[in-house]
Design a protein around this ligand. Structure first.
Ligand SMILES: *[C@@H]1O[C@H](CO)[C@@H](O)[C@H](O)[C@H]1NC(C)=O
Ligand SMILES: *[C@@H]1O[C@H](CO)[C@@H](O)[C@H](O)[C@H]1NC(C)=O
Ligand SMILES: *[C@@H]1O[C@H](CO)[C@@H](O)[C@H](O)[C@H]1NC(C)=O
Ligand SMILES: *[C@@H]1O[C@H](CO)[C@@H](O)[C@H](O)[C@H]1NC(C)=O
Ligand SMILES: *[C@@H]1O[C@H](CO)[C@@H](O)[C@H](O)[C@H]1NC(C)=O
Ligand SMILES: *[C@@H]1O[C@H](CO)[C@@H](O)[C@H](O)[C@H]1NC(C)=O
Ligand SMILES: *[C@@H]1O[C@H](CO)[C@@H](O)[C@H](O)[C@H]1NC(C)=O
Ligand SMILES: *[C@@H]1O[C@H](CO)[C@@H](O)[C@H](O)[C@H]1NC(C)=O
Ligand SMILES: *[C@@H]1O[C@H](CO)[C@@H](O)[C@H](O)[C@H]1NC(C)=O
Ligand SMILES: [Cu+2]
Length: 571
């Protein structure tokens, strides 16, 4: 009998790989379960866009396998590296309460899993549910090493909206025909900007707008009159994207794995690292509608792939040869469309954010051009006769050679400093100018600087975009925390005029700081460990757009990080 039940559940899990609602209803009724996964990181030959390439994957899949769990479950993933490259996996949005060792960013919380090695990630989804994703967090491997992570509410806890008929995961990606490791190496050696992606993808499929790709299309079959929950994830490397469905409205009900007040819109924008859950009602006439992904080009000097990826929102009963109804997408640089959605994001319930602040940091974020030190400037200094870089408070972050968490825990000196500044070195018109016009000063300092926070301190960050080289929307992601987005605006932050929402701001882990503007966020530093804060546009992160918070232990075992796991990789 027990065997039959197991077989039945196995059958359910096989028949329902993406729409996992049913599985949950029949699943374990124990309050907390452990979910085991086996990730083999391996290269795989794939044929796309008229080409065959070797790409790095998990278990040979693109996107990689989805992880399913329920709130408070423990997730255990054994990662075995069968490639010649270094690997780590980050569980994006998971706050890793007292489990910083399993967070994943290379040289921040762990050394990479080297060729032939394995490491078992083991963490609990403490009070967290919603749409997450996992991705590699070393070099540019996450371009192909990514997948969804869906965490359902506890058994018998309903969604705060009418249950959808079906759920679908929609992962936006970027695809390159050349080897990504080679592109990364060549780009960083050139000092210039990266090449644009060859295609955008939806669940790994570029759709019919690209060569040899007519049939390489993701399709959802929908029943007229039903409502669908789409779990949108932007796993792309370098591009922010608009997403819309022809003739259909999107009702946002969750952002970064936290419920929001329902907000209905024609289009949404997701920067890399952002997730949104939307409800879509299949209430149009029977036909084939395109779900389209296009770039949001906030910066001037960036080279974007300007061909949309298309997936199919396909009504059952539509004639197989019917043409796709084309989706209307905003203009490439439609800042208003972005602002409209941001304005619509409100936490579902009243939260009442704390008003007293213990640590108030003002952090400038933006690009730089460093002086050329190469003897072959034509090869290595392709950006305005210099080298592109990026910084926070004018410090361009350099990754150390050993993990900062390990160095901190074992009191090993020398790989980082604790002097990340609370404010930029100069206050000037950040958005419109460089600090010294003549000579035009675009330099930044290099460093591996951290900011130490006492356990429990109430932190406010003002993130201010600079226009030193180019203004862009930067999706800033913080590990180990979610934060309240209490305000944002264009221009330079002005404490006299800034308006804050302390009543129902969204609780997010990635904030798109508006192009030429600022954002204000607050969180309580109650999770000890070493936490990376960085731009989730991969090239900006490579150029140094990041810094590290060290949050000290508090009192007793409940406020202290346990010792490192025995299989933690070594450098
Ligand atoms: C995972 O962590 C839990 C809590 O620390 C521990 O009890 C369990 O043995 C660990 N499991 C594995 C496979 O490491
Ligand atoms: C499709 O292939 C043609 C011929 O090789 C090429 O000129 C064109 O740029 C390709 N289009 C795309 C979108 O890659
Ligand atoms: C379809 O549903 C959307 C909400 O998703 C609603 O705004 C719209 O008015 C509906 N359209 C029709 C034709 O019923
Ligand atoms: C991008 O594509 C759209 C739609 O095809 C077109 O209208 C627009 O002019 C293109 N923009 C650029 C900068 O190529
Ligand atoms: C890492 O190690 C290399 C080689 O020993 C050294 O040149 C480099 O400065 C080190 N980087 C950091 C940030 O410590
Ligand atoms: C950043 O640091 C560099 C190097 O010290 C300096 O030249 C530049 O003026 C600083 N920029 C700002 C905005 O403070
Ligand atoms: C900082 O590092 C970058 C490359 O990592 C280099 O191009 C630049 O010259 C360095 N700047 C300083 C001031 O050392
Ligand atoms: C630690 O936290 C758990 C769960 O929140 C609680 O039950 C327990 O009493 C706490 N222990 C201490 C020593 O504070
Ligand atoms: C992998 O990481 C180790 C430890 O940091 C480093 O020594 C090695 O050079 C890296 N290997 C590759 C292929 O990047
Ligand atoms: Cu950025």
């Amino acid at each position: 009998m027990a065997n039959l039940v197991i077989l039945f559940m196995l059958w359910l899990s096989m028949t329902c790989t993406i729409c996992n609602v049913k599985l949950m209803a029949y699943g374990s009724t124990r309050r907390v379960s452990t979910r085991f996964y086996d990730f083999k990181v391996q290269t795989k030959r794939v044929t796309k866009l008229c080409n065959s390439n070797d790409i790095v994957t998990v278990n040979g899949m693109l996107p990689g396998p989805a992880i399913y769990a329920q709130e408070d479950d423990r997730i255990i993933v054994k990662v075995t590296n069968k490639t010649p490259f270094n690997v780590t996996i980050h569980w994006h949005g998971v706050r890793q309460r007292l489990s910083c060792w399993y967070d994943g960013p290379s040289y921040i919380t762990q050394c990479p899993i080297q060729a032939g090695q394995s490491f078992t990630y083991n963490f609990s989804m403490v009070k967290q549910k919603g749409t997450f994703f996992w991705h590699a967090h070393v070099s540019w491997l996450r371009g192909t090493v990514y997948g969804a992570m869906i965490v359902y509410p506890k058994t018998r806890v309903p969604y705060p909206f009418k249950s959808p008929y079906q759920e679908n995961i929609i992962i936006l990606g970027e695809y390159w025909l050349q080897d990504l490791q080679q592109i990364e190496h060549a780009t960083l050696a050139s000092g210039g900007a990266p090449p644009k992606a060859d295609a955008y993808t939806i669940n790994g499929h570029p759709g019919p707008n690209y060569n040899c790709s007519i049939n390489d299309i993701y399709q959802i079959d929908v029943i007229p009159g039903k409502t669908y929950l789409l779990r949108l994830i932007n796993a792309g490397l370098n591009t922010e994207n608009f997403f819309s469905i022809a003739k259909h409205k999107l009702t946002i009900i969750e952002a970064d794995a936290e419920y929001t007040k329902p907000f209905t819109t024609d289009t949404v924008m997701l920067g890399p690292g952002q997730t949104l859950n939307v409800l879509v009602s299949a209430n149009q006439s029977v036909g084939k509608y395109s779900m389209a992904v296009a770039p949001y080009k906030s910066g001037k000097i960036v080279n974007y792939q300007n061909i949309s990826a298309i997936a199919s929102f396909n009504y059952m009963g539509a004639a197989p040869d019917s043409l796709y109804v084309a989706a209307k997408l905003p203009k490439l640089d439609d800042k208003l469309a972005v602002k409209t959605v941001m304005d619509g994001l409100r936490s579902l319930n009243q939260v009442n954010v704390f008003k007293e602040i213990d640590k108030n940091l003002f952090i400038t974020i933006g690009l730089n051009v460093q002086k050329c030190h190469s003897k072959t400037p034509k090869q290595n200094c392709q950006a305005m006769n210099g080298v592109l870089a990026a910084s926070m408070n004018n410090i361009s972050f350099i990754h150390p050679n050993i993990s900062i968490l390990e160095a901190y825990y074992k009191k090993i000196k020398g790989s980082y400093t604790e002097d990340f500044p609370d404010a930029p070195p100069k206050f000037y018109d950040f958005v419109n100018g460089a600090p010294n016009k003549i000579p035009y000063d675009t330099q930044a300092l290099n460093g591996t600087r951290t900011k130490v926070l006492e356990y429990g301190s109430r932190v406010q960050l003002i993130l201010q975009n600079t226009g030193t080289v180019n203004t862009e929307n930067h999706p800033i992601h913080i590990h180990g925390y979610s934060f309240y987005v209490i305000g944002y605006g264009t221009g330079n932050y002005n404490p006299q005029t800034a308006q804050f929402n302390l009543v129902d701001p969204p609780y997010m882990n990635t904030i798109g700081v508006p192009v030429g503007g600022w954002a204000a966020i607050r969180f309580v530093a109650d999770n000890p460990g070493v936490w990376y804060m960085h731009c989730h546009i991969e090239i900006h992160q490579s150029w140094g757009l990041g810094m590290v918070f060290i949050v000290n232990n508090g009192k007793g075992a409940n406020e202290s990080l346990p010792p490192p796991p025995s299989d933690l990789p070594q450098c």
